[in-house]
Design a protein around this ligand. Structure first.
Ligand code: 6LW
Length: 482
């Protein structure tokens, strides 16, 4: 069952209304922003929209670095409405509140909280109707979420466990007679942990749990690492659950994770008024075979683009992309992709190069990407790793539309400390379906351990020059991989 939301879905926040659960995640430099998911069982999630799906709600430009942008939303249901509070980490950014009656959208325009300083905002209401906005640090503001006004000075609620860095990701929940302040600490890397404190009022004082951290995989051989940044939800049967982020490092030392931080689910029981977090239940793996023929006017909600969405519709049934800037190295590249969600997968697309050049790319950020590109009568495989760019293979292009493919294969048996985590084989399909490989590249260079940042791999179509078109895009895996 875990991860319940594979691929780049970090900083999950969850709420329940009746039998329906809703969950949101960070989206960084990508547009549309803040994916919204629905589930009935906390295990199977379906994306129902993106909260920030109009350019007027979200200003991401080339001046927004990769891994900046939209961080750590909190989703709550209060007074008949859904509320989102989120940090926009970019020029003119800050914290904002949005509301919706239907979490699938439309969401309101953002209301700025100009006096709330700090990332990872949370919203909670007490019985008197006061609204508390708690941010990393951990500091708390009383606000009016409708106008964005702040009342009084911020109060420090808790600085986390002595010696642990980065108390962040606060979520304040009223459970029984207590207010619980859930936080992450230790930083979002291998030291990540979840801790909790409780008090009888939303403003504290808060008493730390003697068993903190209540969850951490630091210093263990657990296959899931960096566990932290959690939220709590109660099921209709009274059981409690925690959603949290974690990563799946693979290969040799130190282990490379390539899918970004993913969302996991863990059971929670209560002992003496403190939560006890159970194990992350793994698997079972499930096969996925998804295809988009681009026959609809609107793109499905899973498609994302760095910073702004390129115009896409022109030839009916095809995705049309006009180049912007210098291709995949450009922060504003015309790229439409989806998260890589499986350790092994196969991606294929039928591309018409028309009068331009472009292709199929695996992107971590503009400095770390591999792609197979059709340009100037050639098909070539390109690799960009930090300051180095290379054409690693080329052959003549057949002319006219052709199928480009990348096969991502998890390395099952690391041979030495430098092996893995996976191999990306780029190639073309001949008429009749035979796959011809052009190059096989080590996936570690498209990992967070190499590139840094907060995101994960996104695989998609791009234009490097002129106009190129894509008839369909397929993403599939088999049950070998979870
Ligand atoms: C987020 C912080 C974190 O704001 O990473 O894992 C940051 N935790 O809480 C970006 O996702």
């Amino acid at each position: 069952m875990n991860p319940v939301l594979p691929g780049m879905h970090p900083d999950p926040s969850v709420c329940r209304v009746g039998d329906d659960y809703y969950l949101v995640c960070s989206s960084f430099e990508y547009f549309p922003g803040i994916p919204v998911f629905h589930s009935r069982d906390l295990v199977r999630w379906k994306q129902i929209g993106n909260a920030l799906d109009r350019p007027g709600q979200l200003s991401l430009t080339a001046a927004t670095p990769s891994s900046a942008g939209i961080y750590a939303p909190t989703l709550r249901f209060h007074d008949g409405r859904f509320w989102l509070v989120v940090t926009s980490v970019s020029h003119g950014g800050g914290n904002v509140v949005l509301t919706a009656t239907d979490p699938a959208g439309p969401w309101s325009d953002p209301v700025p909280l100009p006096d709330v300083h700090g990332i990872d905002p949370d919203l909670a209401w007490d019985d008197e109707g006061n609204c508390w906005c708690t941010v990393a640090g951990v500091h708390q503001y009383q606000i009016d979420p409708v106008t964005g006004e702040t009342f009084g000075a911020p109060q420090r609620l808790w600085s986390g466990t002595p010696g642990a860095k980065a108390p962040e990701a606060p979520h304040l929940h009223r459970i029984g007679d207590h207010w619980y302040l859930l936080i992450a600490e230790g930083g979002t890397e291998r030291g990540h942990a979840v801790s909790i404190a409780r008090g009888t009022s939303p403003t504290g004082p808060f008493e730390p749990c003697p068993a903190n951290p209540v969850l951490s995989h630091r210093g263990t051989d657990e296959p899931v690492q960096n566990t932290g940044h959690a939220d709590l939800v109660q099921a209709p049967d009274g059981a409690w659950w925690m959603v949290l982020l974690g990563v799946r490092p693979r290969g040799g030392t130190p282990g490379w994770h390539v899918l970004g931080r993913e969302t996991f689910l863990a059971p929670v029981t209560w002992v003496d008024g403190w939560p006890v977090v159970g194990d992350l239940v793994p698997g079972p793996a499930h096969a996925v075979s998804e295809r988009d023929d681009f026959d609809l006017d609107e793109l499905a909600p899973c498609w994302i683009s760095p910073r702004t969405r390129p115009t896409t519709g022109e030839r009916p049934g095809w995705l049309t992309l006009h180049a912007r800037g210098s291709g995949m190295d450009d922060p504003a590249v015309a790229f439409v992709g989806r998260r890589q969600q499986h350790l092994s997968c196969v991606v294929r697309t039928l591309m018409d190069p028309a009068d331009g050049s472009g292709g199929l790319a695996v992107r971590l950020d503009e400095d770390h990407h591999y792609e197979i590109e059709v340009a100037s009568g050639e098909v070539r495989v390109l690799a960009r790793i930090g300051p180095l760019s290379s054409v690693v293979a080329s052959r003549p292009a057949p002319g006219g539309p052709l199928v480009l493919a990348v096969r991502v294969q998890e390395d099952q048996t690391p041979l030495d400390a430098r092996s893995g985590p996976d191999t990306l084989t780029f190639g073309v399909e001949e008429p009749g379906g035979t796959f011809t490989a052009l190059a096989a590249l080590d996936g570690k260079y498209l990992s967070t351990e190499v590139a840094g940042g907060f995101t994960g791999r996104v695989i998609g179509m791009y234009a490097a020059r002129g106009t190129v078109l894509f008839d369909w895009f397929e993403y599939s895996t088999d049950c070998e991989d979870s």
